[in-house]
Design a binder for this molecule. Sequence first.
Ligand code: ADP
Ligand code: MG
Length: 260
Amino acid sequence: MARVLAVTNQKGGVGKTTTVVNLAASLAEKGRRVLVVDLDPQANATMGSGVDKSQLEHTVYHLLIDAAPFDSVCCRSEAGGYDLLPANRDLAAAEVELVGVGQRETRLRAALATVKSGYDYILLDCPPALNLLTLNGLAAADGVIIPMQCEYYALEGLSDLVTTLRKMRGALNPGIDIVGLLRTMFDTRSTLAQQVSAQLTQHFGGKVFTTVIPRNVRLAEAPSYGLPVLAYDRAARGARAYLTLADELIARLETQAIPA
Ligand code: ADP
Ligand code: MG
């Protein structure tokens, strides 16, 4: 049964989409069956997976409003080796249209329930807001991965997210937990990055992934070719970092604890 992981942080530009696309491709390379769900109307994960958002008949929007079944929305990222529920601007309307609808926060969870057994990992790319689309992601998820840049206001933003997760646990999704915090665009030479990183570890301990994603121009270039970095320049530091992250995630989630 798939582990559903929401990659989320209400801050924009922290590396959510880059993480979803490249972690998905890395997990696929390691033989895992992966589905990516693009929950952002900006559709960066869709384009970055090599799927043209302007050519789509159906998107995750249609799935959320029950206007199309999973099979007619799901497409393949050949470059990434994973399946994709794509998005485009239409998805912005879901926010408005779902307001008056029953179970509006659990539409995605319901839509994924029947296909979960066909995947090992389902990665959800959340928009940079704590809106209804993100809530659908958090309600559907078993765990969250929080990418963050180690800069001055990073920790402040995290407390809102931690509060939201606590509310989710109390109501919609009792089992949801933080799978890991991921330091992205990391510059080892920056004193500030080192300090924020130390504070992060102090506060969240083992929840912080050991793997750090370096700032790497290849990671920023790859999406303009519709490619994960593995298919663009697999020797790049960024490519190797996401492969290492996949190993760390697999070790965290697939190693069964031996009962005492
Ligand atoms: P988000 O989805 O959180 O808004 P993105 O993944 O789109 O963030 O990243 C924001 C920008 O930073 C993009 O232009 C992306 O290509 C770039 N970027 C992300 N991670 C890295 C990295 N490790 N090194 C260099 N550029 C990066
Ligand atoms: Mg994004």
